[in-house]
Ligand binder design. Structure first.
Ligand SMILES: NC(=O)c1ccc[n+]([C@@H]2O[C@H](COP(=O)([O-])OP(=O)(O)OC[C@H]3O[C@@H](n4cnc5c(N)ncnc54)[C@H](O)[C@@H]3O)[C@@H](O)[C@H]2O)c1
Ligand SMILES: [Zn+2]
Ligand SMILES: [Zn+2]
Length: 347
């Protein structure tokens, strides 16, 4: 088969590799019908994720068809169309029993396209299939459902639920990439009073408006004053960090009101200063997290009911074998306006 193989910092290629095979009885092999590229794949390509070894096939998002199933797999059968979750839970360990699947202790968690071969390929072996893949109802489109592998559960669990969004809240989302935008869309489900999106790119702020932000502001045009003005001087009830750099995390801690919550979603590669000299008196809660994907079944129901704006987020479409071009378009998102680029098998 062909796949996108990581060859060390700055290097990858779409090339011929061996077909995957079942290894453990709890595995399935899935023929990929749709996959996509995540900001985290760009982090890996930059060399920011040293545990991903050269030779690894990238990608942790897919919809596909089960073509082989190990003898121990109970929840799906050969022929089923499934969503492949970005997290593969063993289901047995202490954390999996608490649905903290991202913290799996038995070789599960986020492994696809990270520690083992991933989904940017014609076929992928998925371990711990009983919980790692979800059968799809026939009415949902593969190219839309693929947004539930990672970005929707991440935004919803680590942003909206960890943030504790409630009716009437002022919610600020710093970073309007796919994650921040999906956070805006799922925060809306809780009837916040207003959603304020902060970004540096005008194209992303326009997208935030389309996906439900009531107010948008450039990060370099004093979002602190605006939030203070809109909240009678208090600050925001919930602030989500969806960028992953020190400046934006510190901005979040200045935007939150006393008693409010900062939900950090961004992946950080550098140390960040926690200004306890200002925060100690403010009763704030700071949450961090890796996606667990415990919310995927609920999100799939919402998708099937037409309640998630998936089509708005899928801005570009390519064939799987055009993936190098798709990486280029996704990597230059400020110019191309790309949010999620969807790759589908066949013509
Ligand atoms: N916690 C998790 O489980 C998890 C899962 C998936 C992704 N992530 C992380 O979430 C973050 C967002 O993901 P994404 O795919 O939307 O990334 P992205 O790079 O597409 O979007 C980031 C956005 O932040 C904006 N930005 C950059 N610098 C800024 C600044 N100083 N102020 C305001 N905005 C700024 C960019 O213009 C862009 O729109 C990334 O760090 C990603 O690695 C976390
Ligand atoms: Zn991802
Ligand atoms: Zn586990």
């Amino acid at each position: 088969m062909e796949a996108l193989v990581y060859h060390g910092a700055g290097k990858s290629a779409w090339e011929k590799v061996a077909d995957p095979e079942l290894v453990d009885p709890t595995d399935v092999v899935v023929e990929v019908l749709a996959t996509t590229i995540c900001g985290t794949d760009l982090h890996i390509l930059k060399g920011d994720v040293p545990e991903t070894k050269p030779g690894t096939i990238l990608g942790h998002e897919a919809v596909g068809r089960v073509v082989e199933a190990g003898a121990g797999v109970r929840s799906v059968s050969v022929g089923d169309r499934v969503l492949v979750s970005c997290v593969s839970p063993c289901g047995q360990c202490r954390y999996c029993r608490e649905q903290a699947y991202g913290q799996c202790l038995n070789g599960g968690g986020w492994v696809l396209g990270h520690l083992i071969n991933g989904t940017q390929a014609a076929y992928v072996r998925v371990p711990f299939a009983d919980l790692a893949v979800h059968p799809l109802p026939s009415g949902v489109d593969s190219a839309e459902a693929v947004l539930l592998s990672d970005i929707f559960p991440t935004s919803y669990e680590v942003g909206v639920l960890n943030g504790g969004v409630r009716p009437g809240d002022t919610v600020v989302i710093v970073g309007a990439g796919p994650i921040g935008l999906a956070a805006a869309a799922t925060a809306k489900l809780y009837s916040p009073g207003r959603i304020i999106a902060v970004d540096l790119a005008d194209s992303r702020l326009e997208a935030a408006r389309r996906l439900g932000a009531d107010v948008v502001v450039r990060a370099d045009e004093n979002p602190e004053d605006l939030v203070r003005e809109l909240t009678g001087g208090l600050g925001a009830d919930v602030v989500m960090e969806a960028v992953g750099v020190p400046d934006t995390f510190e901005l979040c801690t200045r935007l939150v009101r006393a008693g409010g919550t900062v939900a950090n979603v961004g992946v950080h590669g550098k140390p960040v200063t926690l200004h306890l000299e200002d925060l100690w008196i403010k009763n704030v809660t700071i949450r961090t997290g890796l996606v667990d994907t415990y919310s995927t079944p609920v999100l799939l129901d919402m998708l099937a009911a037409g309640k998630l704006p998936v089509a708005e987020l899928a801005t570009h479409r390519f064939r799987l074998d055009q993936i190098e071009e798709a990486y280029d378009v996704f990597g230059r998102s400020a110019e191309t306006g790309a949010l999620k680029v969807i790759l589908t098998a066949g013509s």
